[in-house]
Design a protein around this ligand. Sequence first.
Ligand SMILES: [Zn+2]
Length: 339
Amino acid sequence: MRAFVLTGPEQGAVQEVPVPSAVAGEAVVDVERAGVCGTDVELFTGEMAYLHEGHSSYPLRIGHEWCGTVSAVGEGVDPGWVGKRVMGDTMLGDGTCRRCERGRQHVCERRQEVGIRDGRPGALAEKLAVPVSSLHVLPDSVDPVLGALVEPGGNALRAARAAAVGEGDRVLVMGPGTIGLLTAMFLRAGGAEVHLMGATEGSLEFARSLGFGHACTQDSLPGLPFDAVVDASNAEHLPALAVDVVEPGGRVVYIGLSGGPSRVDTRSLVLKDITAVGVLSASPGLGATIEAYASGAVDPRPLVGATVGLDAVGAVLAGQRPEGAGSAPKIHIDPSLRQ
Ligand SMILES: [Zn+2]
């Protein structure tokens, strides 16, 4: 089968690789759609922390935002899974440690991450194999585009919930990329007044096209009381700004990662009585995200700028925008497309 393989920093291509077989407890899924995300770009450039910590190494088969149809199952798996449309959790805890036992498998010390960590091949391929326990069934109303947006959506839903705002509250989301915009969509669906802050006018233009009229740069940030601030950016200075602009008694949520350390003065957290929350992974938010998409409460499909084949992955990772992608932040891959 065809799979996109990273062989080193800035090096990757589609290769013929063996078709995965379904081992005990696992399922093979025919990939219908997969997203390319910032983590994939960092694995491509070689910047990703796991590459330096020994959790990931080349050759690397990336892709962790995906949906598809189960085509085979291994020993001990109900054959009823075959034919089901599914998406899967990126985080695969070892299932035996204290954290896993307490429902925190997404932070298991010995976890694999599909397409990211510890050699578990990802979804930028015609097929992938994953534990059946990591699968979520998709209802018919969740189409392939939505299906491949469940994983980033789960991250965003958790960030939105951590902000703990609703009707009558005002929230600021910093960083209008895929995660920031998805978080803004979940917050808006919950009834909050959502403001977006971006570095460039171009990114704000796109946010406005999604109906987010309150879109600003740091220079034009209005002096309004924000009951919560979500940092979904990769800017080192914004985690501290989030604390500066949030209302006393409010919440700051950190889901963005910068290239270097960000410093927050904890005295400000104490003196303003602020709750700060970090969010890693979609795992505990996947089911609720599927429900939100299925009901139409949140429809993130406009975030996808283009859908291309595996042969285009290298160019996408290198930062080239497919023709017609506009300023929508997400690029999707359909492995059945051949250029
Ligand atoms: Zn564990």
